[in-house]
Design a protein around this ligand. Structure first.
Ligand SMILES: [Zn+2]
Length: 92
């Protein structure tokens, strides 16, 4: 179980201490898992879609999400969660 505290500590290590033992992908995964635990997968999804909609970024094919395959700036968080949890399960 990843807590918000775990995720924030890891983010601090990466952003402030520039700790090379924390990878950007790993940090991203842990932050997402912690947010999903806190907000629920659906709550996280609607929040993320809201944030994405506010970005005036021109989306191209290169913006295809590696987790859910969407390219319109929205995300299918259930696919993210399944992908990330399976990746973490495989590691241990
Ligand atoms: Zn996605």
């Amino acid at each position: 179980m990843v807590t918000l505290l775990d995720a924030v500590k890891m983010a601090y290590r990466k952003h402030h201490l520039d700790d090379p033992s924390v990878g950007w992908d790993e940090l991203s995964d842990v932050l997402m898992i912690a947010l999903c635990n806190e907000m629920g997968d659906k709550g996280f999804q609607s929040w993320l879609n809201q944030v994405s909609a506010q970005q005036n970024v021109q989306r191209t094919a290169s913006n295809v999400c590696e987790y859910c395959g969407r390219s319109d700036g929205s995300h299918d968080i259930s696919k993210h969660v399944a992908y990330i949890r399976s990746r973490h399960a495989a590691k241990t």
